[in-house]
Design a protein around this ligand. Structure first.
Ligand SMILES: [Zn+2]
Length: 74
């Protein structure tokens, strides 16, 4: 379980993992993971999105998916 106010998210705009401890400070395109530490979050990202670091490296279908997930987190 993710602790309240703590979120690991892969950012496809900055090409790296973000660790939010409160209100997300990045307004770009990122996907949150239900991980309690960074290695777990990276493993989840690798599993779901492979080696893609930036949005354009994903297949179009996954790009849309990522944008949809992002829009549910305001
Ligand atoms: Zn970012």
């Amino acid at each position: 379980m993710t602790q309240p106010g703590q979120t690991y998210a892969w950012c496809f705009s900055h090409g790296g993992m973000h660790h939010f401890t409160g209100q997300p400070w990045c307004t770009a395109v990122w996907v949150p993971f239900t991980a309690t530490n960074e290695p777990d979050a990276l493993a989840a990202k690798q599993h779901a999105y492979g080696d893609a670091r930036f949005l354009h490296e994903l297949p179009v279908r996954q790009q849309l998916e990522v944008i949809e997930i992002r829009e549910t987190w305001t």
